[in-house]
Design a protein around this ligand. Structure first.
Ligand code: FAD
Length: 435
């Protein structure tokens, strides 16, 4: 008798659960939080969600919906870029529509997962201080990858407040402070824009140039415009994307920001035209990379020195699975050799869902991965015999040639990834009916 354990009831976990139940499989989903929605359940307390009071999605609603349950299926009239709260309601609507709640155990932390001699999963959980051990035939891991801060290290000591964007909840506590934001990604630019509304001064330090993509091009969400080019050869597609961005915003130099030296896809694009607006309004001040700290003074690599009260490091997250022994599996540094970013070459009853970083939205890909995983467990989809080779190929032939940093080990091109996953599914894979 098959019994599946799903870790996490975020956007990936709920679609994993839905598709397992769709196949008539017994499945239990554990989440240590008290609600469905994962990262999109905003809470003023730090610790769980990494979104903040004013976060809106950066991928547009058109490309950020489940096929089985679109935004229109949920509620007509959602904006192009819904807020974190609208997304939370959407995910909870999905769980209610597909009657998933009876399969979810909230406030339950998965503490460890180990394979026994019969190759079953021994899963230890804890709820209200009570530990429980259960046996499952399959494990689907959907614990997310934006929760464990990756902190930067610089010589010297900073004696002001040094924090990570994971702890940033709202701008108000930073009123009348001198703020330095580190990073050029989406969180960094959002945090700089938000703090600049109340701070004495906000500066932003980039160690390299980043491409700032506006949320709208020609009056349409920019990812919708980009998706119209999806059929073009990759090089031409990205050349045209880059050209449109340059025509719309001009070069970074005009804003006093470093010019990117790499192709538009070599890092995760930063979707935020408000940063450019704030720079030109004298609210956010561009700085180069940090050389060292000296008390409250920050020395930059161009020789300039400035005093700050708070530094907010928006330097990304570590890919972590604390319920696995480190010698069993550890993707926190280095390559992630998983076929379809999901299947391990050795462990046939282990699946990762949502552990990829698209140039686009995560959960439409999680939905397709979940359908393949559920069909694999049900015996309707067969693992390829050369899976070891295919796992290695994921590392040697990434969709995009990105700069080598731990942040870029799981990047996929959204459209290529969706196309690749759909090849493994039958034509009638969309299943909108409630379970
Ligand atoms: C500021 C910000 C903006 C973002 N904007 C976008 C965006 O525009 N588009 C986009 O696609 N993505 C965005 N992301 C990425 C976001 O993290 C994903 O969308 C994410 O929510 C995908 O869902 P998930 O289910 O894979 O992970 P999560 O949402 O992180 O959910 C994981 C769930 O697993 C649970 N869990 C973890 N470990 C355990 C355990 N040991 N035991 C029990 N439960 C556990 C957690 O409680 C959580 O509920 C953004 C992230 C941040 C921080």
């Amino acid at each position: 008798m098959q019994k599946v354990c799903v870790i996490g009831a975020g956007p990936s976990g709920i679609t994993a659960l839905k598709n397992l139940v769709d196949q008539g499989l017994e499945a239990v989903c554990y989440d240590f939080n008290s609600q469905v929605g994962g990262n999109w359940v905003y809470n003023e307390k730090t610790g769980h969600s990494s979104v903040f009071e004013t976060t809106h999605i950066i991928s547009s609603k058109t490309l950020s919906q489940y096929e089985d349950f679109t935004f229109d299926d949920f509620e007509k009239g959602m904006p192009d870029y819904p807020s974190h709260d609208q997304l939370r309601r959407y995910f909870q609507g999905y769980a209610a529509h597909f009657n998933l709640y009876p399969h979810i155990e909230f406030n339950t932390l998965v503490k460890s997962c180990e394979l026994d001699d019969a190759k079953n999963w021994v899963v230890k959980t804890e709820k209200d201080g009570v530990e429980k051990t259960e046996i499952f035939t399959h494990l689907v891991v959907c614990n997310g990858h934006h929760w464990l801060p990756r902190m930067p290290h610089y010589p010297g000591e900073f004696t002001g407040k040094l924090m990570h964007s994971h702890e940033f909840k709202k701008a108000e506590p930073f009123r009348d402070q001198r703020i330095l934001v580190i990073g050029g990604g989406n969180s960094a630019c959002d945090v700089a824009v938000e703090t600049s509304r109340v701070s004495t001064k906000t500066s932003i330090s980039w160690r390299r140039g980043y491409r700032i993509v506006p949320k709208f091009l020609f009056g349409k969400p920019s990812d919708v415009v980009a998706s119209r080019l999806a059929w073009l050869p990759t090089k031409l597609k990205f050349f045209l994307s880059e050209l449109s961005v340059k025509i719309f915003s001009g070069s970074n130099e005009i804003y006093g920001l470093q010019e990117p030296k790499h192709a538009i896809t070599a890092t995760h694009p930063t979707i935020n035209e408000e940063l450019l607006y704030k720079v030109r309004h004298g609210k956010v001040f561009p700085k180069v990379d940090i050389s060292h700290f000296d008390g409250k003074y920050v020395h930059f690599k161009d020789g300039s020195v400035e005093e700050f009260d708070t530094i907010i490091a928006c330097t990304g997250y570590i890919l972590e699975h604390p319920f696995f022994r480190k010698d069993f599996l550890n993707y926190s540094e280095g390559d992630v050799p998983l076929y379809l970013k999901m299947l391990h070459e050795k462990y046939e009853n282990l699946f990762f869902v949502g552990m990829f970083q698209p140039l686009g939205c995560i959960w439409p890909g999680s939905e397709l991965q979940s359908k393949i995983a559920a069909r694999a467990i049900k015996g309707l989809w067969k693992r390829p015999e050369n899976i070891a080779e295919l796992c290695q190929r994921e590392v040697t032939h990434p969709h995009l040639n990105q700069i080598k940093t731990p942040r870029h080990t799981i990047t996929v091109d959204f459209h290529l990834f969706v196309k690749q996953l759909k090849k493994h599914l039958p034509n009638n894979y969309v299943s909108k009916s409630a379970i």
